[in-house]
Design a protein around this ligand. Sequence first.
Ligand code: AMP
Length: 219
Amino acid sequence: MFSKKNLVFLGPPGAGKGTFAKMLVKDLPVPHISTGDIFRHEIKNETPLGLKAKECVESGQLVPDELVTDMVVSRLGQDDCDNGFILDGFPRTLNQADLLKVALVESGKVLDAIVSFECGEEALLERLTARIMCRKCGTSYNKLFAAPKVEGQCDDCGPEGEIYQRKDDSLETATDRLKVYNEQTAPLVDFYKDSGFFIALACERGMDEIYVDLKDALK
Ligand code: AMP
């Protein structure tokens, strides 16, 4: 059904990259590699990587390029990425994009699509500050328009899935993250725009409509 399977999801925080990646893997069973999720997991488990990344992640700044790139390259080398992958939140700087390019050439892989999730700042801030998540499975909900069925509990994980707000989704840090995005990540749109595999996806409309367009674009 899908001809494009080696994917990068690009876009500002709150645009929906993670949400649509989680939906897509049900139809396109490839690993969803979210660098943000990996960092949150490492931080929770207080691993050496988590301790190095903690301050940057919690303050909304980017983790140093080498740290995140090494992590992604080693993840892409695992067997389950042979039939495709969704990179969600990587690359996030021009330097990361260059490092990814080299790593893909070395491993004989090519990117099939860069999906650019597009959404205005007002909507992004509204979504980020209303976003809540399951501590166990990482599913995100929204206090305003997609709350869990039982308050404080994940729909999938039940009482074990405690709902919390990410520290970096506070108004102050979310505003900083959008600034970081504009300065360091937005230039990637121009970097990839003429690549021949760039797909722009308008994300200020109903989720079902967006998802149909996403699937069509990956056929
Ligand atoms: P996210 O869940 O994608 O919003 O990522 C949360 C945080 O993880 C970011 O604000 C950064 O601190 C860190 N992070 C995730 N991906 C990257 C990346 N590609 N480069 C640097 N830092 C990252």
